[in-house]
Design a protein around this ligand. Structure first.
Ligand code: G1P
Ligand code: ZN
Length: 540
C-alpha cells in the first residue's frame, strides 16, 4: 500500500541514530517517513535481507511491526527478528554479520529512559554490522526532507512470540532466539571452563541488567553457562519503562550496584549494562573502574583470553577518552587511533584490521568480534582476566597504574541547557583556542588547543568540529563538546584528565586530584558563570 506523506522537520540522526521523544515517534507518519528514507537512501529494500530488533522499551513491539510491514511492502526478501522484537545492539550487529544481511534496524534510545513520555530511537546499521557512517546518515536525512510517499503492507501483525518462519506480504520473517547466536560467539572468544571454575570456587558477582535488554543474555551466559549463583543477575526482566530506572550504567544511575560493591560483604565483581546492552560499567570490591581505565586494562591483558591470544592489531579510543590506553599500545608496540565520539568512527579501523579493541569514556568498549560496543563482552573479558590472574580487581588496577601511570579522569555534564547558552560557552572557548598555546593556566602550560578534526585513515573522510581540546604539558587535558544524543535542549560535556606518572600518592579521590583541571576549565570556559549552575548535573 502506498501512503502519501510530507517531509517532517528534524529527522537528523545524531551520534547514534535518530533519537526523539516517544510520542513524536508515535505521531502520524514519523516512524514511517524515517524508515522509508532509510530504504530510499540506501538503494531500496528490494531483494534485501535485514535484522530487526530493539531493547524492549515502550513502542518497541509496535515499531517492529511497522518496520516489518514496510520492509515487506518495499520488496525485502527476508527479515530476521528477535523473539518479541528483542535484540541487544551487539547481538543485532553479530546477526547482521553472521547472516551476511544488508543491514539492520535497531530500535533503541540506548541509555535514555523509556516510556510514553521518555525517549525512543531508531538506528540503521550497514552490512558490516556497524552504525551507518556519516555519509549514509546524511543521505538518509536528506531523503527525509524530500519524501512524498511510503510503502507499508496492509497485513496482520506477525506473531513475534513464536520462533520460526512466517510470511508477510511475500516476505519471509524469521523469528529467532535473541540470545543463542550471541552466546555462542562469546563462548568462542573466552575461556568458559576457566571462568566456570572460578565461579565454582566461590567467586561472587552481581550483574545489574537495569530492567533492560541484557537481562536474558546475562542470565543465560553468567548463570546457566558459567554457573554463577542464581540471582547473580538482578533486574533481569526487560521492561517497557525499565522499571522506572534510568538504564545508564554509571555510578549515578547504577547506585544500588555501587552501594553493594562498596558495602560490607561485597561480591568480588560487579557490572551493569544499559538499555540496549552495548554499554558496561565494571566495579571491583570497594573500587570503581573508570571506563577509560577499563579499556586500558583490557588492552593490556587481552591476550589472556583465547579470542585475543594472537595479540592486538591496534587500539582505538574516542578523542575525549583518556589516553591511558595509548600508553598500553606504546608498550605493546601497536598503533593507537584517536577518533571522534561515536562508535561509527571505529568501523573502518576494525574492518581494515587496523584495530582490534576500541573504547569510549562513556562506558563503551568492544572489539572486532562485532561492529558495536558490547557490554557483556567487556564483562566477560574482565572475568576471563580475573580467572587467569587470580587477583582482585583492585590488585589488577593498582598494578596497572604502577606500571603505566594513572590518568585521573572525569566527565562533568551540564544537562538541559538552552541551546543559546550551550553554544555560547562553546563559542567562547573556541574563540580563545588559537591564543592558548604557551599560556599558563592554573600553573599548567598549554601546549596545544584545537577544535578536533579527524581524517579517517582508511577512506580519507573528514569529520570536523568534533570537540574543543586544550592539552597541557605532561599529558593533562580538557575537552569540551556538545552531546549529540540528547532529545531536549543541549547537554554540555566537560572532560577532565590529569596524568600522573608512577605511584603518585594522590589516592583515589578523583575529583580532588582533578581540582586544578576543574579550575582551569572554569577559568577558560566560564561554564558556571554562563549557565548560572552551581556545578554539573551528572559526574561520571
Ligand atoms: C554519547 C557518548 C558517546 C557514545 C554515544 C552513544 O554521545 O558520549 O561516547 O558513543 O553516547 O552511546 P553524546 O551524547 O556525547 O553525543
Ligand atoms: Zn547503548
Amino acid at each position: 500500500m502506498r501512503v502519501m506523506t510530507r517531509p517532517i522537520d528534524g529527522q537528523k540522526p545524531g551520534t547514534s541514530g535518530l533519537r526523539k521523544k516517544t510520542k513524536l515517534f508515535m505521531s502520524d507518519g514519523y516512524l514511517e517517513n524515517f524508515i522509508q528514507s532509510v530504504f530510499d537512501a540506501t538503494g531500496g529494500a528490494t531483494g534485501r535481507t535485514y535484522v530487526v530488533g530493539g531493547d524492549g522499551r515502550y513502542f518497541n513491539d509496535s515499531a517492529a511491526q511497522v518496520i516489518l510491514k514496510m520492509a515487506a511492502a518495499n520488496g525485502a526478501k527476508r527479515v530476521i527478528v528477535g523473539r518479541n522484537a528483542l535484540l541487544s545492539t551487539p547481538a543485532a550487529s553479530h546477526l547482521i554479520r553472521l547472516n551476511r544481511t544488508d543491514g539492520g534496524l535497531i530500535l533503541s534510545a540506548s541509555h535514555n529512559p523509556g516510556g510514553p513520555d521518555e525517549d525512543f530511537g531508531v538506528k540503521f546499521n550497514t552490512a558490516n554490522g556497524g552504525p551507518a557512517p556519516e555519509a549514509v546518515t546524511e543521505a538518509i536525512f536528506a531523503r527525509t526532507g524530500e519524501i512524498r510517499e511510503y510503502f507499508v503492507a496492509d497485513d496482520n501483525d506477525v506473531d513475534l512470540s513464536r520462533i520460526g518462519t512466517q510470511q508477510i506480504g511475500g516476505m519471509e520473517v524469521s523469528v529467532i532466539d535473541p540470545v543463542a547466536d550471541y552466546a555462542a560467539l562469546m563462548e568462542s572468544l573466552f575461556d568458559f571452563d576457566k571462568i566456570r571454575a572460578m565461579f565454582a570456587g566461590g567467586f561472587r558477582m552481581r550483574f545489574d541488567a537495569m530492567c533492560a535488554v541484557t537481562g536474558p543474555y546475562a542470565r543465560e551466559i553468567l548463570e546457566r553457562r558459567l554457573g554463577a549463583e542464581p540471582g547473580t543477575v538482578v533486574n533481569a526482566e526487560p521492561l517497557p519503562d525499565f522499571g522506572g530506572l534510568h538504564p545508564d550504567p554509571n555510578p549515578t544511575w547504577a547506585r544500588a550496584l555501587m552501594d553493594e560493591m562498596f558495602g560490607p560483604d561485597a561480591p568480588d565483581f560487579g557490572a551493569a549494562s544499559d538499555g540496549d546492552g552495548d554499554r558496561n560499567m565494571v566495579v571491583g570490591r570497594g573500587i570503581y573502574v573508570s571506563p577509560s581505565d577499563s579499556l586500558a586494562v583490557l588492552a593490556a591483558n587481552a591476550r589472556l583470553a583465547p579470542g585475543y591470544r594472537a595479540g592486538l592489531k591496534g587500539v582505538a579510543r574516542s578523542m575525549p577518552t583518556s589516553a591511558a590506553v595509548d600508553r598500553v599500545a606504546a608498550a605493546l608496540g601497536i598503533a593507537a587511533y584517536e577518533t571522534p565520539t561515536g562508535w561509527k568512527f571505529f568501523g573502518n579501523l576494525l574492518d581494515a584490521g587496523r584495530a582490534t579493541l576500541c573504547g569510549e569514556e562513556s562506558f563503551g568498549a568492544g572489539s572486532d568480534h562485532v561492529r558495536e560496543k558490547d557490554g557483556l563482552w567487556a564483562v566477560l573479558l574482565w572475568l576471563n582476566i580475573l580467572a587467569e590472574r587470580k587477583e582482585s580487581v583492585a590488585e589488577i588496577l593498582n598494578a596497572h597504574w604502577r606500571l603505566f601511570g594513572r590518568n585521573y579522569y572525569s566527565r562533568h555534564d551540564y544537562e538541559a541547557l538552552s541551546v543559546e547558552v550551550a553554544t555560547g560557552v562553546m563559542g567562547g572557548l573556541r574563540g580563545k583556542l588559537a591564543g592558548l598555546p604557551g599560556q599558563i593556566v592554573e600553573g599548567m602550560k598549554v601546549i596545544a588547543a584545537d577544535d578536533f578534526a579527524y581524517t579517517d585513515p582508511v577512506d580519507g573522510s573528514v569529520a570536523r568540529g568534533q570537540g574543543l581540546r586544550v592539552v597541557f604539558e605532561g599529558g593533562s587535558r580538557l575537552v569540551m563538546r556538545l552531546s549529540g544524543t540528547g532529545t531536549e535542549g543541549a547537554t554540555l560535556r566537560l572532560y577532565l584528565e590529569r596524568f600522573v606518572a608512577g605511584p603518585d600518592g594522590l589516592g583515589d579521590a578523583v575529583q580532588e586530584a582533578l581540582a586544578p583541571m576543574i579550575r582551569a576549565a572554569e577559568a577558560l570556559a566560564g561554564i558556571r558563570t554562563a549557565t548560572g549552575r552551581e556545578g554539573p548535573d551528572v559526574i561520571t
